[in-house]
Design a protein around this ligand. Structure first.
Ligand code: GTP
Ligand code: MG
Length: 442
């Protein structure tokens, strides 16, 4: 068992609700719960996993009527003895139950500390621990399903396979170190080179999921742009379903960029409404346009809004953007030109077609099969890049015919970088950084 302290926290969000869950974990969890719980029998005698009824008391005063469950080590979330107390969801009541546990000897849990203990006790690897937070923060069904898959250990297994193959490579090389006078024979050199190349492609494949991971976690960046007055803000409002942005017939209404999160068909989006690009002397408008340009560069999907009444002729979408021919109500005779989507932001006409088109443009390769998605996050990406660099060095080293121990050193460094992903090789600061972003109670 790793930690000696017994920790406690409110596991449900702050605020009033029907129930509030207080969670306690650590070697003294059962003993401390016994100090405050009054039920048919002492907590120490309650079988693991059984829900029992009782009261929480402090100094003879009843604080709440509760349901209590004991999960004994190692078969619990943290791998330690865990006691969960669900009581009435008022803020004062849950806090007083928690205070009673602190008075009995528990200490407040730090953010993510329950999950950290679970990791330290070997209940889950780091990618699974991160998935706990991804799952809590998931916006949209697609993101939730991908996080659930990671929690179930899918990414961990892929990374573990990679580690095993790296280890085999290292072992292969080290066999030569034992016989230094012979060096690596050409045949084995070829086999090793192929091994390193295969490993590089496997790392590359994982790295290529980083964009997908970012889109699922932070949302697909959809940027709306176009001439002033074309109806960009009206489109944003239509998408989010309420009057988020100011709309007026004065060109240049939107100065600053406006960002909103929304979910379309289960996929999280971050929609950005921008200031229309035009000649201007106004320093504020110039700054707004600078921001517009910077968003245009970072967009995953671009939507250009064109005023059908103001622009005639055959309009074609430029590059990969989605073209919206807006204010179609003002030009009833006009058909949507090739590739453009006819819309009216006042009555919502064309919205379904737009959503369809936008989804088709999102680069989520795994669209519709998120159960199988492996999508790395920024931290994994960094580890994988380091591993890729070392694998590149290992390749050079083999080509140069370096002493095998030098090549082995590069492979070992790649191994360490990959190991950091699951925490197989952990460094204190990696752990600190990950768990501090958690919410308390998890
Ligand atoms: N008839 C009609 N008017 C529309 C439609 N969409 C927007 N408008 C009007 O067009 C005007 C400009 O709309 P906005 O949404 O403010 O345009 P914008 O592109 O955000 O403009 P800037 O922020 O100035 O760049 C407003 O008066 C809207 O009511 C539409 O589909 N049909
Ligand atoms: Mg606007």
């Amino acid at each position: 068992m790793h930690a000696a302290d017994t920790i406690a926290a409110l596991a449900t969000p702050f605020g009033a609700g029907a129930v509030a869950l207080v969670r306690m974990s650590g070697p003294r969890a059962v003993e401390l719960a016994d100090g405050v719980f009054r039920g048919r029998r002492p907590v120490a005698e309650i079988p693991s996993g059984r829900v029992v009824q009782g009261r929480i008391e402090r100094d003879g005063v009843v604080l709440d009527e509760v349901l209590l469950t004991v999960f004994r080590a190692p078969r619990s979330y943290t791998g330690e003895d865990v006691v969960e107390i669900s009581g009435h969801g008022g803020m004062v009541v849950a806090q007083s139950v928690l205070a009673a546990l602190f008075a009995a000897g528990a200490r407040p849990a730090a953010p993510g500390e329950f999950t950290q203990r679970s990791f330290l006790n070997g209940k889950m690897d780091l990618t699974q621990a991160e998935a706990v937070m991804d799952l809590i923060n998931a916006r949209g069904e697609a993101a939730a399903r991908a996080a659930a898959g990671q929690l179930e250990g899918r990414l961990g297994r892929v990374v573990e396979r990679l580690r095993e193959e790296l280890l085999t490579g290292v072992a292969h090389l080290e066999a030569f170190i034992d016989f230094p006078e012979e060096g690596i024979d050409p045949e084995s050199g070829k086999v090793l080179l192929k091994r390193v190349d295969d490993l590089s492609s496997a790392v590359g494949r994982l790295l290529s999921t980083a964009d997908e991971g970012r889109m699922l976690r932070e949302g697909v960046r959809l940027v709306i742009h176009g001439e002033p007055n074309a109806g960009k803000s009206s489109l944003l409002n239509l998408l989010v379903g309420y009057d988020r942005a100011m709309v007026s017939d004065i060109p240049g209404t939107t100065r600053d960029t406006i960002e909103e999160n929304l979910t379309l068909r289960g996929i999280p989006f971050r929609v950005v409404d921008t200031a229309g690009l035009r000649e201007s002397e106004d320093p504020l408008e110039i700054e707004g346009m600078r921001r517009t340009r910077s968003h245009l560069e970072k967009a995953d999907v671009l939507v250009r809004v064109v005023d059908a009444a103001a622009e005639q002729g055959d309009l074609q979408p430029a590059g990969r953007e989605v073209l919206v021919l807006n204010k179609i109500d003002l030009c009833p005779g006009r058909a949507a030109d090739g590739g453009a989507i006819a819309m009216c932001c006042l009555d919502g006409r064309g919205l379904e077609d737009l959503v369809e088109e936008v989804i088709a443009r999102t680069d989520l390769a795994s669209l519709g099969r998120f159960e199988e998605t492996v999508a790395v996050n920024a931290r994994h990406q960094q580890c994988l890049r380091t591993a890729a660099d070392y694998l590149g060095e290992a390749r050079h080293s083999l080509e140069r015919g370096d002493a095998p121990e030098l090549t082995a050193l590069e492979l070992r460094s790649a191994l360490a970088a990959v190991g950091e992903i699951t925490g197989a090789i952990d460094t204190e600061d990696v752990l600190g950084k990950i768990f501090s972003t958690f919410c308390i109670g998890k």
